[in-house]
Design a protein around this ligand. Sequence first.
Ligand SMILES: [Zn+2]
Length: 310
Amino acid sequence: MRYRRLVVLLILMIQIGSFAACAKRVEEPARMKKLKVITTLFPLYDMAKRIGAGNADVSLLLPPGVEAHSFEPKPSDIVKINEADVFVYTGKFMEPWAEEVINGVANKNLIVVDASRGTKMIPGIFHDADEPVGSLDPHIWLDFDNAKIMVKNIMRAFQLRDGTNKAFYEQKAKDYDNKLTELDALYRTTLAACKDKEIVYGGHYAFGYMAKRYGLKYLAAQGVSPDAEPTANDLVKLVEQIKKDKIRYVFYEELTSPKIAETIAGETKAKLLLLNAAHNLSRDQFEQGLSFFDILIKDLANMRVGLECK
Ligand SMILES: [Zn+2]
């Protein structure tokens, strides 16, 4: 009897032991789970996705097709940020809501990346009366040197949270950096060979960094945010400028109504071309898996037409 009890006990112990072993086996992959990363704008999403590759589960806070400057997170977005390992935002000038959200986050392990840290920012054109004094142009990703700093900022956060894959993130960031170098060279040579050096934009002032970098003149119908409608006087001035400089193409922006650009073009017989500042993608573009580089290559092709480059 005592023997049988011993056997039962032994079997139980083995079962518990194997259960414990099973639990351990289940635990192992959990330790290697992917980094959960939340990004605000598309350029950050693209960078984080490529740096994290198979080791990160990256999502974009902006729903597809949504205009970036008017976006504010919903309570469910704040829950998502709270559950993430890494939260990447562009900076306080692009996402003025971010600071309050970050301060309210209960997850003390969350790594927050201000992607603008260390970038060289320039003043923009502001039309909003409520814009704080000293605001800077938030479209930092359109200067490819700044984009490289953003890539590094994201890489460092991934390395901090997942030290075992430090070299992996380093390599992926280097690949991204190399692609930015190639793109910059392509922009530089193409835009140096244009007959025209003036971009007239029927949207908000998003390409200030690019214009400065490649020595182009840049006129936009709105300030750095598309929230403020241009005044009739702004439009009249723009139309006069187009006529005076014999501009043949007016560029329009992504994801908002091209009404302003169409009005200007209608007044001047100029043709329309898209210049996509890559804040966000449409649902179709998401489904097609468009990259930041795809958008910028297409922009350059349109500038080549619009500015009559060789
Ligand atoms: Zn913008």
